[in-house]
Write a protein that binds this ligand. Structure first.
Ligand code: PSU
Ligand code: MN
Length: 304
């Protein structure tokens, strides 16, 4: 049924059919998360890193109403340049397809589409979560609901402190989503290794990670797993500098009345300006680091 809406890149299709390791990648990070041309450069480098680490990359997006699993270089470039791309979460997906639009997939939608294509490992930068002040605004990312229901492992660098990290962890606990620290006891906060919050469990090898994920799904415990992989020390930001930038950006968003799906892209761009580009550099490096881990995990899962 769903196959009629989806085009799978031939090399990705072959790898899936042969049971080879494949890693899904999202596209909102390209269209709404980083400026051009760094976004395209980063997306292409991420694919390269995944190949170097023995897996097949599949960047996912919607182009003119067709779901694409595995973009070409030209398609990544097109998506990175275009200003008309719809940030596509779960609720947007059928509309973007029906209207024949271009859509960039969020963590939630990338999970949905990766799962339909039988891809079990997905690499991103940071997941959405419970926003600060959510008790008033109800702003809780659809990424969390997707993690509760869709069987894909998501490698990220934790949760940015533009969100309420504590409430995000509570929400994931309620929904039965394990948050596993890779070689860390502490929940990373995207730009920094530390957040002041603990992860549920620490795992030190991709073998153990793959085993845990396999057991979860064997037991029909449906839903994703958050693998929290801290940014490498040499690229991490000063805790006070980044938190000051985040506070400033949040104040500006508040005074301008920015809310809903545009708030995360707004904050990311403001934080980049306030830190004179340093946050973007950290963002890029943590995605590369996640790509290395994701490729290794996809390999470990294949042999389970
Ligand atoms: N965090 C980032 N960069 C991003 C996003 C989050 O550092 O690009 C994107 C991801 O695609 C994530 C989405 O799924 O924002 C969450 O948006 P929302 O809160 O509107 O669900
Ligand atoms: Mn939201």
């Amino acid at each position: 049924m769903f196959e009629q809406y989806i085009d799978i890149n031939p090399s990705v299709k072959k790898a899936i059919e042969e049971g080879k390791p494949v890693v899904a990648l999202e596209s909102t990070i390209i269209s709404h998360g980083m400026p051009y041309p760094k976004n395209v450069e980063t997306a292409l480098n991420v694919e390269k890193i995944i190949i170097e680490n023995g897996a097949v990359p599949a960047t996912i997006a919607i182009l003119k109403g067709r779901v694409k699993i595995g973009l070409t270089k030209e398609e990544i470039d097109y998506l990175g340049k275009s200003k008309e791309v719809v940030k596509t979460s779960r609720r947007d997906l059928p509309v973007v397809i029906a209207k024949g639009l271009d859509g960039a997939t969020t963590v939630a939608t990338t999970m949905i589409l990766a799962n339909l294509a039988k891809i079990k490992v997905f690499v991103t930068g940071g997941i959405g979560g419970v926003h600060r002040g959510a008790s008033e605004t109800f702003d809780i990312s659809a990424d969390l609901e997707e993690l509760a229901r869709t069987n894909v492992a998501v490698i990220c660098a934790g949760v940015k402190s533009i969100l309420d990290i504590g409430l995000t962890l509570e929400y994931l606990e309620t929904k039965g989503v394990p948050v596993i620290g890779y070689q860390t006891d502490e929940m990373p906060a995207f730009y920094t290794q530390k957040s002041g919050f603990k992860v549920d469990y620490r795992v030190d090898s991709t073998e153990e990670l793959a085993k845990t994920i396999k057991i979860k799904w064997d037991l029909v415990l449906n839903g994703g797993v958050v693998v929290a992989n801290p940014i490498p020390e040499e690229f991490s930001m000063d805790y006070n500098v980044i938190n000051h930038a985040i506070e400033e950006a949040l104040k500006e968003a508040d005074s301008k009345g920015i809310k809903g799906k545009v708030i995360t892209p707004f904050l990311l761009s403001k934080i980049k300006d306030i830190t004179e580009g340093r946050s973007l550099e950290s963002n890029i490096q943590l995605v590369y680091n996640n790509a290395r881990l994701g490729a290794k995990l996809a390999n470990a899962l294949v042999f389970k």
